[in-house]
Design a protein around this ligand. Structure first.
Ligand code: NAP
Ligand code: MG
Length: 498
């Protein structure tokens, strides 16, 4: 069985995968990965840079021109299926790696991410041998057809909040379409993806089809974006990084696909089932087990004025019962913020909300204030569920993505006002609607400027449904069969018959 990591001085070391080889960075430099529950270094990853990216892109180009392109589609499908099975075999280990690395509670990684990753590779294995083009009728004097071909080498850049799941969505589709890939996971949570990468050889993938390079965004990520040998870049990350990649990729002219941040509205109408809505705007949406570190967090809670006070009371009752704590514990209600820099950012936003005149209805505390002195978690990056009231949608904390367990609650009078507040955002990722009025649900679903709408539920995503946003939340989609098109290019063939 493949060794996914190695112990070195009591700390796990993870390796790049380049051209089928498990390797440290060319520079021999390492980056620390901190366990956010304890604030302690628990692993090291290679500090890859342009030299490693060059080698990875070379290997991916050779694999694309060679074995991968020549392989029958059914065989490519079989390899993806075999990889899915290996993920299932190693699911427990990979789930623990993910939890140590980014603090996502073990119940989520075990019951959510890893089974989904297995299913995603099965889903894309199913698609790999069903790719076809089409003929177009122009004239009896010609045969015209469209081929759907892979692009070549796809560069995949992923964030720290759900690394292995985002990896699976993008890598599964890119490989099914017949591309080879170079992946750059987030510096602060690369371990699960570096570990999973070591299973591709065991699954029987030719060397170079999959390459994963750990390293900084500004080094490895930058080199990947600018590389002329990379045919496409797909990023899940922040809007600022999407802008940087757009600039850096401009000279090489390549298609881009971006899944970015959000400031999603979760809208409760007076006719809704208020018990369900109270859960739907709290534990399902923003005061989540992953501490609101989700691009689709429902961080703007809009409540119809006549039920505003009642909803504030219900939300408070639920949120006060959520205790941040050990993500390895099955009873953990909310894990830590994944990294130090993000922890500071969330605390800064809480301070900003106060200085903007917001009233903290509950929460606001973080770090040592939440634990007994001497607790191993007192140095972890924990924040309590925090709700601001008394601000309008113009406040910065109602406009900017916080990416933590912090929300604003705002009243609205009618459907028109709810819609105008929801759409008054530079982002456009998702929206929740809580109502029992079917006509209203459909009207609103059509009018909100987002990529995903939930009615009487929230934060439900599935590999069979396209996922992505509009406006500053990006463009292009992952998941769903349609997303395969994003990893293909067309070629028109004209054969003269006359
Ligand atoms: P980020 O800072 O944009 O980082 C994302 C990835 O881009 C990381 O691998 C990062 O590397 C890399 N990167 C940074 N600067 C780069 C550059 N100049 N060139 C190339 N690559 C670069 O985002 P994050 O903080 O990891 O993740 C949080 C963000 O992701 C939030 O905005 C969230 O909403 C968004 N997100 C969106 C979705 C979605 O599907 N819409 C899902 C999850 C998260 P380093 O980390 O090593 O610097
Ligand atoms: Mg970490």
């Amino acid at each position: 069985m493949a060794e996914l990591s190695e112990q070195h001085g009591g700390v796990a070391r993870f390796f790049n995968l380049i051209g089928g080889e498990k390797r440290p960075a060319r520079s021999s430099e390492w980056l620390d990965s901190v366990d956010p529950a304890t604030g302690k270094v628990w692993a090291r990853i290679p500090a890859g840079d342009a030299a490693d990216i060059d080698e990875a892109v070379d290997a991916a180009r050779r694999a694309f021109r060679g074995p991968w392109r020549k392989m029958p589609a059914m065989q490519r499908a079989a390899l993806l299926r075999r990889f899915a099975e290996l993920i299932a075999v190693h699911a427990g280990e990979l789930a623990r790696i993910e939890t140590h690395d980014n603090g996502k509670p073990l119940t989520d990684t075990t019951a959510g991410d890893l089974p989904a990753v297995t299913q995603m590779f099965h889903y894309w294995a199913g698609a790999a041998d069903k790719i076809g083009g089409e003929t177009v009728e122009i004239s009896p004097a010609s045969l015209n057809y469209i081929r759907r071909e892979p692009i070549g080498v796809v560069g995949i850049v992923i964030p720290w909040n759900s690394p292995i799941s985002v990896f699976a969505a993008k890598a599964g589709a890119a490989l099914a379409a017949g591309n080879t890939i170079v992946v750059k996971p987030a510096e602060t949570a690369s371990c699960s993806v570096l570990a999973a990468a070591q299973l591709f050889a065991e699954a029987g993938f030719p060397p170079g089809v999959v390459n994963v390079v750990g390293g900084l965004g500004t080094a490895a990520g930058d080199a990947l974006s600018a590389h002329p040998g990379v045919g496409k870049i797909t990023l899940t990350g922040s809007t600022a990084t999407a802008r940087a990649i757009t600039r850096r990729s401009a000279d090489a002219i390549k298609p881009l696909s971006f899944e970015l941040g959000g400031k999603s509205a979760n809208i409760v109408f007076a006719d809704a089932d208020l018990d369900a809505a109270a859960i739907g705007v709290t534990t399902m949406a923003v005061f989540t087990s992953v501490a609101g570190q989700s691009c689709i967090a429902g961080s703007r809670i809009l409540v119809q004025d006549k039920i505003y006070d009642e909803m504030v009371a219900r939300i408070g009752n639920i949120a006060r019962g959520i205790r941040p704590g050990d993500p390895m514990d099955k009873a953990c209600g909310m894990g830590p913020i994944a990294l130090d820099r993000q922890f500071s950012k969330v605390k800064d936003y809480i301070a900003l909300g106060r200085s903007e005149g917001g009233e903290v209805l509950f929460g606001g505390n973080s770090g040592p204030a939440l634990f007994d002195s001497g607790s191993p978690f007192a140095n972890g990056y924990f924040v309590e569920p925090t709700l601001f009231a008394g601000l309008t949608n113009d406040a910065r904390i109602c406009r900017e993505e916080i990416f933590g367990p912090v929300a604003c609650i705002m009243p609205f009078h009618d459907e028109e006002e709810a819609l105008s507040i929801a759409n008054d955002s530079t982002y456009g990722l998702a929206c929740g609607l809580w109502t029992n009025d079917l006509k209203r649900a459909h009207r609103m679903a059509a009018e909100v400027e987002v990529g995903a709408v939930w009615v009487n539920t929230y934060r439900k995503i599935h590999w069979a449904l396209p996922f992505g946003g509009v406006k500053d939340s990006g463009y292009g989609r992952d998941s769903g069969l349609e997303s395969l098109r994003g990893y293909q290019q067309t070629k028109a063939v004209w054969i003269e018959l006359g």
